[in-house]
Design a protein around this ligand. Structure first.
Ligand SMILES: *[C@@H]1O[C@H](CO)[C@@H](O)[C@H](O)[C@H]1NC(C)=O
Ligand SMILES: *[C@@H]1O[C@H](CO)[C@@H](O)[C@H](O)[C@H]1NC(C)=O
Ligand SMILES: *[C@@H]1O[C@H](CO)[C@@H](O)[C@H](O)[C@H]1NC(C)=O
Ligand SMILES: *[C@@H]1O[C@H](CO)[C@@H](O)[C@H](O)[C@H]1NC(C)=O
Ligand SMILES: *[C@@H]1O[C@H](CO)[C@@H](O)[C@H](O)[C@H]1NC(C)=O
Ligand SMILES: *[C@@H]1O[C@H](CO)[C@@H](O)[C@H](O)[C@H]1NC(C)=O
Length: 336
């Protein structure tokens, strides 16, 4: 087999053989426009000739690809194009790859004068993400390093966007690495890595970042319930992972299905249901929400009719019909 040194010798030999009687040095060379082709596509390298041309050759750097119609290159992707004998001596490189980038020379001998046409082949590669961090779950306050690697020619630029739980997209940073120091629960969600280089549409891949945090009770509510009716205490806790709930009356743990009670927990909400409220049911209840990150509780009071209760344990008087009447009357009076 022939190595590159041998090829250089061959091309020198070729120059002597093909251009007999002329010094083996490059003649006038005209730098034609660069040829830009996408990786995987075919490139056609064109070279104009006329009837006076006696010898022609195509070279890849110093390696001969074709001498006349004779193929010297061992690469099956390089072919001499058909019907080019009269005015054109063009070759095609199929399935172009990044290694094909570089100068190609069409050497022509006309009237014993050597001439060469230089073509610079530029290979473009669409931006493509080759590696990205796996989805992660971390505790609130810890640090997260995300990585996204991409290839592309010209070099791909990398942008990170954060898609929050509410659905909005926000630019975060540029570059392969995204560092989230002392992460908060608001920083959880989907991170998008966008690789682009204007060659084709951007390549986008996503990483899911889950942030564990202890529960906090966002809703603790009761409605005033008369004796003999169904009563419901509602407790809602935000937490990752999802909170488990327990219900207490004073120090006594309440269990599902006992004493006419039902505990119904679904997602972030737990309901304490009284099938038939009695006088003894009225009082101070505690909803306890817990997960691996922590525990919290809230007091909820089951009242008789006429009062509601909010999370802080402050009774809120129901809007009385008299007040309503007054409001209606006032608004009527204001019209006149
Ligand atoms: C052709 O490409 C080369 C290398 O990328 C560059 O230096 C040169 O300026 C380009 N020429 C033209 C005419 O675009
Ligand atoms: C051109 O030369 C380079 C460097 O030797 C080589 O890697 C590439 O495969 C060659 N391409 C063609 C089409 O001959
Ligand atoms: C992706 O990157 C990680 C971390 O650098 C490495 O361990 C892994 O082998 C890479 N995977 C691929 C397919 O390159
Ligand atoms: C609710 O309890 C009271 C007293 O124990 C009883 O009289 C009444 O029938 C019960 N109501 C229902 C719907 O079970
Ligand atoms: C209910 O009990 C909790 C403690 O268990 C107490 O902090 C809170 O003040 C009580 N609420 C009322 C209205 O008594
Ligand atoms: C509710 O929380 C307080 C303070 O965090 C704690 O002292 C109390 O024991 C808790 N109550 C229950 C029933 O877990």
């Amino acid at each position: 087999m022939c190595n590159s040194v041998c090829f250089i010798i061959l091309s020198w030999v070729f120059a002597v053989l093909v251009f007999p009687g002329v010094p083996a040095r490059s003649g006038d060379s005209a730098l034609k426009d660069n040829i830009t082709v996408r990786q995987g596509d075919s490139a056609v390298l064109k070279c104009s000739v006329d009837s006076k041309v006696s010898r022609v050759a195509w070279l890849n750097r110093t390696t001969i690809l074709f001498a006349g119609t004779e193929k010297w290159s061992l690469d099956p992707r390089v072919i001499l194009m058909e019907n080019t004998a009269i005015t054109e001596y063009s070759i095609q490189i199929q399935n172009v790859n990044v290694h094909d980038e570089g100068p190609y020379v069409c050497s022509i001998l006309t009237n014993k004068k050597p001439k060469s046409t230089k073509v610079h082949l530029i290979v473009q590669v669409p931006a493509k993400i080759t590696n990205i961090s796996k989805d992660v779950t971390v505790n609130e306050g810890s640090s997260v390093n995300l990585m996204c690697q991409a290839v592309g020619r010209p070099e791909a630029s990398i942008t990170w966007r954060h898609q929050s739980a509410r659905g909005g997209h926000k630019f975060v940073t540029e570059g392969e690495h995204l560092e989230l120091i002392s992460i908060t629960k608001e920083q959880s969600g989907t991170y998008e890595c966008i690789a682009s280089n204007d060659i084709s549409s951007s390549d986008i891949r996503r990483v899911q970042v889950t942030v564990n945090y202890p529960p906090f009770i966002s809703k603790a509510r009761s409605t005033g319930t008369p004796v003999g009716q169904r009563g419901v205490l509602q407790c809602e806790a935000s937490a990752v992972p999802r909170a488990d709930f327990e219900w207490y009356k004073e120090d006594r743990r309440l269990l599902n299905g006992i004493n006419g009670l039902k505990i119904e927990t679904q997602g972030k909400q737990s309901l304490l249901i009284f099938f038939n409220v009695s006088e003894e049911d009225y009082g101070n209840y505690t909803c306890v929400a817990m997960n691996t990150m922590g525990i919290t509780n809230a007091s909820i009071i089951l009242y008789g009719p006429g009062a509601m209760h909010d999370v802080n344990g402050t009774p809120v008087l129901r809007r009385c019909s008299a007040c309503l009447l007054l409001t209606v009357t006032l608004s009527h009076l204001l019209k006149f």
